[in-house]
Design a protein around this ligand. Structure first.
Ligand code: 5GP
Length: 228
């Protein structure tokens, strides 16, 4: 049998890509999960955001973020170059529109590491294409430890971000999926399961109405032996 586990299992069609939004308060492990997903999912590309935040040591312009000044960010807002933008932890962040639209049209899925404000805006702009996942740390103690271990931010920043966590967590119920990130590989597997199921949603397989035409064979009388 050609199709054993689903209409499209093992058969490649051009489909419309989806927008996978991962949000979480700092320190829940979202960045590590994103990196691992990108290694494992060849059809998934990362949306690289624009920010006015200064680069941290080791961050590369054009890879981690596009680092810009406030005037450049303003100009990009005016010229409607962002799909969404927001102020997060005192800095401005935005998702460039063009790269996302090109990836989706090519049937790629796009991964977004953006906050709840960005998730809300994307949902409003493209509800059918957006899949939202909220990542929680397993406990406040673990969260705090992760933030400190990161050590790239000053103690003031760590304390400020911890204070933001309580506010950020209140947005968990706005998301379709919620993962408590106790163990990296289990969380990655959970996101991949979400991705696999969402890719098979009927509306994401627009070619199906044409595809099923081949099964429309004319009605026939049952053979004598089966007719009883
Ligand atoms: P960080 O400065 O630690 O890289 O990111 C801080 C926060 O900003 C994270 O919660 C991250 O998800 C969020 N963020 C990063 N890029 C964007 C973006 O383009 N739009 C929005 N709304 N949030 C973003």
């Amino acid at each position: 049998m050609l199709f054993s586990t689903g209409a499209t299992a093992g058969v490649r069609f051009q489909r419309r890509g989806l927008m996978l939004v991962l949000s979480s308060p700092s320190g829940a492990g979202k960045t590590t999960i994103s990196r691992r997903l990108l290694e494992l999912e060849p059809e998934l590309v990362m949306s690289v955001s624009v920010t006015t935040r200064p680069p941290r040591p080791g961050e590369v312009d054009g890879v981690d973020y596009f680092f810009v000044d406030g005037a450049t960010f303003d100009r990009m807002v005016e010229q409607r170059e962002f799909l969404e933008h927001a102020v997060v932890y005192g800095h401005r962040y935005g998702t460039p529109r063009k790269a996302v639209e090109q990836a989706l049209a090519a049937g790629r899925d796009v991964l977004f590491d953006i906050d709840w404000q960005g998730a809300q805006q994307l949902r409003e702009a493209a509800a059918d294409d957006v899949v939202t996942v909220f990542i929680l740390a397993p406990s406040l103690a673990v969260l705090e430890e992760r933030l400190r271990r990161r050590a790239q931010d000053s103690e003031d920043v760590v304390r400020y971000r911890l204070a933001q966590v309580a506010a950020d967590v209140t947005h968990w119920a706005e998301y379709e999926y919620v993962i408590v990130n106790a163990e990296l590989e289990a969380s990655v597997a959970a996101v991949r399961a979400i991705l696999a199921a969402e890719r098979l949603k009927r509306r994401r397989q627009p070619y199906l109405s044409e595809f099923v035409q081949q099964f429309r064979v004319p009605l026939a009388e049952p053979p004598r032996s089966e007719a009883g």
